[in-house]
Write a protein that binds this ligand. Structure first.
Ligand code: ADP
Length: 229
């Protein structure tokens, strides 16, 4: 079976001339569909740069990025945006919810961008909130929810479009250890039940222990890939 994601010799250079900096120096990585990856490594090792490329938010300077066999590096900005909307979901450390908007409306947003009708949006958003255990909180704004609940709303928003891949950047970075364990339990369940591929950046070995594959970055390179299967 072909890998869902395949990176070959991916480099990323920021700046030019004397100021040029090679944040990625030639990354090879295969991600199988249904895997749960933890991306680890020191600050500045290139994790965010790699996640931005994997999330189709940025393009490599050189090298190949195949997603479902399609060359992403050859796509234009609009095509990448379509790919992102169709196949990817994002979860961030700071939740990134709209503050004056209810949980339900926050979760509906990606469907609004897709042009889906109001009834379909409502139904899908309620189902996603139910999935993360927050259906009773649908009418609450983020300020009325705990950090852990806000992150669960953000996860509902990320999965409402039924993406193939969930990209999570330090999803427990703003949470205490009890809430962190809840969030990791939820990501593990989504991965197991829905088969969604999870790519998670984390600094914390305890959170990485939920993943099946550990990818260690160092100095702009993948230093080591550890499978736990
Ligand atoms: P990590 O996520 O592992 O902390 P990053 O991918 O954010 O690492 O950064 C890798 C290196 O690239 C760092 O040295 C950082 O300073 C540099 N870098 C990141 N983004 C930019 C940018 N937009 N312009 C210039 N340098 C950048």
């Amino acid at each position: 079976m072909a890998a869902l994601i395949r990176l070959r010799g991916v480099t990323k250079r920021y700046g030019e001339g004397e100021a040029a900096f090679d944040a990625l120096k030639g990354i090879d990585l295969d991600v199988e569909a249904g895997d749960f990856l933890a991306v680890m490594g020191p600050s500045g090792s290139g994790k965010s740069t790699a996640m931005n490329i994997l999330g189709c938010l940025d393009v490599p300077t050189s090298g190949r990025f195949l997603f479902r066999g399609h060359a992403v590096e050859a796509l234009g900005r609009d095509e990448r945006a379509l790919l992102r909307r169709r196949y990817l979901g994002f979860v961030f450390q700071g939740f990134n919810l709209l503050s004056r908007t209810t949980a339900l409306e926050n979760v509906e947003l990606p469907l609004l961008y897709r042009g889906e009708g109001r009834r379909e949006r409502r139904a899908a958003a309620m189902a996603a909130l139910h999935h993360v255990g927050l259906a009773p909180w649908a009418d609450h704004t983020p300020a009325e929810l705990s950090g852990g609940q806000q992150q669960r709303v953000a996860i509902a928003r990320a999965i409402v479009t039924r993406p193939d891949v969930l990209l999570a950047d330090e999803p427990t970075g703003n949470l205490d250890s009890e809430r962190s364990v809840e969030i990791m339990g939820l990501l593990t369940r989504l991965n197991a039940e829905s088969g969604i591929t999870v790519l998670m950046v984390t600094h914390e070995p305890e959170m990485a222990s939920y993943a099946r594959t550990l990818v260690h970055f160092r100095d702009g390179l993948v230093e080591r890939v550890e499978g736990r299967a």
